[in-house]
Design a protein around this ligand. Structure first.
Ligand code: NAD
Length: 258
């Protein structure tokens, strides 16, 4: 059976993915702050290093797939640390352990929020990989009015999608036979969004900003099924894509852009 590593496995999309893969007979090494085989804090350099060491030990040094799902949506610098630097460190740190697999795969979770307003300065710092400066910029944005807080989250997802685009076709990934992709979900019913979609009125006003004409707000299993396919042996040629699983938000918001 395949061995997969899932960050953010204790809740929401990560948890649904873990359950799905286990039902299909895969071995899953879950990573999270709590309730996981590997407990690690992806917001710190120590935690990122500990994640790789622990997965190497638990797996015996060989894994088949990485699912970097862990994320935060709070208007604070921690969102930068987890969503971008924690995700990139997970994917890059675990890549050597994929070398022994017959069908190595990796996927990250971006967001349709990448289509919303973002902060150019923060995106540039993330793209440069400058964590201290990116954290400082996020601190400035965090002090501004509440709507600006969303700029931090959106910026992390723009930078993450861009990172996948830049890396996927390189020698380290495509050249090593490893498809690297992202999914970009619309609104998914998880603890992350629970406060935003509590009432019918809240759901309606959110769907005005994030239109989901096909079937509306989705359950996490919807995203889990896509993640599982992207990281399966069946996926031999889908590479460097940001796959929107958003009930049509991208088609509405970006229209003719392809
Ligand atoms: P969630 O809050 O249910 O789960 C996120 C998990 O990440 C939690 O278990 C949390 O403990 C873990 N995590 C947070 N900080 C961590 C850290 N420092 N170290 C290790 N683990 C940490 O949220 P979710 O909705 O399942 O989100 C999963 C991913 O999907 C995130 O990247 C999120 O940005 C993305 N996403 C969610 C939605 C949505 O509508 N829910 C939409 C688009 C994208």
């Amino acid at each position: 059976p395949r061995t997969s590593v899932i960050t953010g496995a204790a809740s929401g999309i990560g948890k649904a993915t873990k359950e799905l893969l286990e039902q299909r007979g895969e071995r899953v090494i879950g990573v999270d702050l709590h309730d996981a085989e590997v407990v690690a804090d992806l917001s710190t350099a120590e935690g990122r290093g500990a994640l790789v060491d622990a997965v190497r030990e638990v797996s015996g040094g060989r894994i088949d797939a990485v699912y970097a799902v862990a994320g935060l949506a709070i208007p604070a610098p921690a969102t930068v640390a987890v969503n971008f630097f924690g995700t990139v460190a997970s994917i890059e740190g675990l890549r050597p352990l994929l070398a022994g697999s017959e069908a190595p795969r990796a996927v990250v979770v971006s967001s349709m929020a990448a289509l919303m307003a973002s902060d150019d300065e923060l995106v540039a710092l993330l793209t440069d990989g400058d964590e201290p400066a990116a954290m400082d910029r996020a601190q400035v944005l965090a002090k501004e009015p509440s709507t600006t807080g969303q700029l931090i989250y959106a910026s992390t997802k723009v930078a993450l999608s861009r990172w996948v685009r830049r890396k996927a076709a390189t020698a380290e990934w495509a050249g090593a036979g490893i498809p690297l992709n992202a999914v970009a979900p619309g609104v998914i019913a998880t603890p992350m969004t629970a406060d935003l979609i509590d009432t019918e009125q809240e759901r309606e006003s959110l769907l005005k900003v994030v239109p989901m004409p096909l079937n509306g707000i989705a359950e996490p299993i919807v995203v889990a099924r896509l993640l599982a396919w992207l990281n399966s042996a069946e996926n031999t040629h889908l590479c460097g894509q940001i796959v929107y699983v958003d009930g049509g938000s991208d088609a509405v918001l970006r229209g003719d852009s392809v």
